[in-house]
Design a protein around this ligand. Structure first.
Ligand SMILES: Nc1ncnc2c1ncn2[C@@H]1O[C@H](COP(=O)(O)OP(=O)(O)OP(=O)(O)O)[C@@H](O)[C@H]1O
Length: 232
């Protein structure tokens, strides 16, 4: 599902944090937003989800202007959001974390649970373990798997590899790439760590102090330029 932001501004109280952002995630595409701490990346995602109102500009999903829509309506339209910090229900097992979502979707939920577990095979042996006892990387995989059980058409990921060891980062990116290359799911990704994100992105954007200061096609050859743009 395409996402198009035009001139999007948002913020908190009297402070505008995100200024006039133009961004597109094409159908089945992966767009990455890079930026240092405090650049406004999470704030941008909150406006995409409708958790913060737009102060200017528009948010379009599959061509529909959803700028005034509340979050639950956007979710019904097909957005799934995985916030920063590998959140899960810590007291529940990994299996129960998936089930609470799957139950709302009946047979489709069960089928999508199986698909998500195929995508993250490391979770299989851990299903009986309390989510709070999983490692950060395992919890992140569980959080993405749970989002997938909703059957999204646009997956919004906030720093999915923060604090996660490199081999697990690779597993997570392999899964994300599998998903977006299937053509049915679009991905909007926020990252501080550049390598994998730029390599896998169709387009990447650098955000500095709430503004997009650089944008270019992604790919392995683009990683060097992205690092330079981030260093400016
Ligand atoms: N709930 C809030 N109320 C007021 N200001 C906030 C709130 N959340 C974030 N901010 C401010 O908005 C600015 C952007 O924060 P944001 O979390 O969007 O940055 P970020 O690029 O996602 O950073 P990080 O990479 O550290 O997560 C910061 O100056 C931050 O202090």
């Amino acid at each position: 599902m395409t996402l198009e932001l035009t001139g999007l501004s948002t913020g908190y109280g009297r402070t505008t944090v995100v200024h006039g952002v133009d961004l597109t995630v094409p159908d089945g595409g992966l767009t990455a937003v890079l930026g240092h701490n405090g650049a406004g990346k999470t704030t941008l995602l909150r406006a995409v989800l409708g958790l913060l109102p737009a102060r200017a500009g528009t948010v379009r999903l599959a061509g529909t202007d959803v700028t005034g829509w509340p979050p639950h309506r956007r979710v019904r339209r097909g957005i799934a959001y995985v916030p920063q910090g590998q959140q899960s229900f810590g007291q529940l097992t990994a299996r129960e974390n998936l089930q609470v979502v799957a139950d709302a979707y009946g047979a489709a939920g069960r089928r999508r649970t199986d698909e998500a577990l195929n995508l993250f095979p490391a979770l299989g042996p851990l299903l009986g373990r309390q989510a709070g006892l999983l490692s950060g990387g395992q919890r992140q995989q569980l959080a993405i798997a749970r989002a997938l059980v909703t059957g999204p058409r646009l997956l919004v990921l906030d720093e999915p590899t923060e604090g996660i060891q490199p081999n697990v980062v690779r597993e997570i990116y392999d899964a994300i790439t599998d998903l977006s290359s299937g053509g049915e799911l679009s991905v909007l990704l926020v990252e501080q760590h550049i390598g994998y994100a730029v390599e896998h992105a169709g387009e990447y954007l650098v955000m500095t102090s709430g503004r997009i200061t650089h944008r270019a096609p992604g790919g392995a050859a683009a990683v060097h330029d992205a690092r330079e743009a981030m260093a400016l």
